[in-house]
Design a protein around this ligand. Structure first.
Ligand SMILES: Cc1ncc(C[n+]2csc(CCOP(=O)(O)OP(=O)(O)O)c2C)c(N)n1
Ligand code: SF4
Ligand SMILES: [Mg+2]
Length: 308
């Protein structure tokens, strides 16, 4: 048999990935299917982080379980792959133990809104100073395409073969009602708007929430005969409507119908630590220093080269 000649490949033959500074290249190739939307969200997050000039040593990213839950493992930051539904309490713990930290959660709709739904609503109610990026692909991707709390009515999933009949959550409305101070929704096609929105959310004190509608090309698209990932991008292109400050009650998503995107909420209210410190000052007066907690860092303290 003729021996196949394998050319010697050297490191110099590969171009450096433009985001290599923030990626664990030793973990590549990643697990995501081609034309999955999760990678786009990672790109937008890294671009926003770079733009923000926040010192990467002061950033922690937490994910739960799922295809999106793998994001933390690929980021070259202090990053944590936690248990299913628990990235928000984990990120809350990091923030309270080290208030100078920029604590970010990137996870899926199943992880954050189904099993983790209780943590989501209470962190928003308390106005915990964390940023949550929810990749909403309308399905449990990793485990075989089960119906989710965000699956549009009539959509087919592996556990709803006749079409979903459970009304899905309207996430911006849910988070608005719970008191989040920043709420936005974009699709995986809105890469620049998404990057700017993540940048804004990172600079916001309090609970910020960004929903990213993203294709699960392998399960959601296949089960619903929606074509390729590119076809889903075309759907976002043709059917998404930007409506900043839209009434969040009107942001339901129906199966393959128009999707309203934009920044819906941007308001101020005391964070959990603001409220706690205020209360302790009232109760303990002069003795506050003994009982109070350090104030949350102002954004300048997080900048690269400052406050270290
Ligand atoms: C306690 C527990 N229950 C169930 C599972 C199985 N499980 C793993 S990921 C997942 C759903 C993930 O869905 P989503 O967060 O939407 O992520 P996607 O894969 O769609 O990005 C489930 C149910 C688990 N790992 N642990
Ligand atoms: S199964 Fe779906 S969500 Fe998971 S990597 Fe593939 S396309 Fe993405
Ligand atoms: Mg999902």
């Amino acid at each position: 048999m003729k021996e196949i000649e394998i050319p010697e490949v050297q490191a110099k033959d590969f171009q450096e990935h433009p985001m290599e500074k923030f990626l664990r290249m030793d973990r590549m190739p990643h697990i995501w299917c081609s034309s999955c939307g999760i990678g786009t969200v990672v790109t937008a997050f890294i671009a926003a982080l770079e733009k923000s000039k926040i010192n990467p040593d002061k950033v922690a990213v937490t994910s739960g379980i799922g295809c999106t839950g793998r994001v933390a493992g690929y980021l070259k930051l202090d990053s944590f792959h936690t248990t299913h539904g628990r990235p928000i309490p984990f990120a809350t713990g990091l923030k309270l133990a080290n208030p100078e930290l920029k604590s970010v959660v990137i996870s899926g709709d199943g992880d954050l809104v189904a099993i983790g739904g209780n943590h989501l609503i209470h962190a928003a109610r308390r106005n915990m100073d964390i940023t949550v990026i929810c990749v909403n692909n309308f399905i449990y991707g990793m485990t075989g395409g089960q119906v989710a709390a965000t699956t549009p009515l009539t959509a087919i999933c592996s556990t709803s073969p006749y079409g979903n009949f459970e009304p899905p959550f309207n996430l911006p409305y849910l988070l608005d009602c719970c008191g989040a101070v920043y709420v936005a929704r974009w699709t995986a096609l809105d890469i620049r708007r998404l990057t700017n929105s993540i940048h804004e959310a990172l600079n916001k004190r309090g609970f910020s929430f960004i929903e990213v509608i993203a294709p699960c090309s392998t399960l959601y698209a296949r089960l619903n005969r929606l074509g390729t990932g590119l076809d889903i991008m075309k759907y976002y292109h043709d059917q998404s409507i930007i409506k900043h400050n839209a009434d969040t009650r009107e942001l339901n998503i129906d199966f393959q119908k128009p999707i309203v995107v934009g920044k819906f909420i941007d308001r101020e209210r005391p964070t959990f630590l603001d409220a706690m410190n205020q209360r302790f000052k009232t109760v303990f007066g002069d003795k506050y220093e003994l009982y109070g907690m350090v104030d949350e860092a102002q954004p300048e303290c997080l900048l690269e080269g400052e406050g270290q």
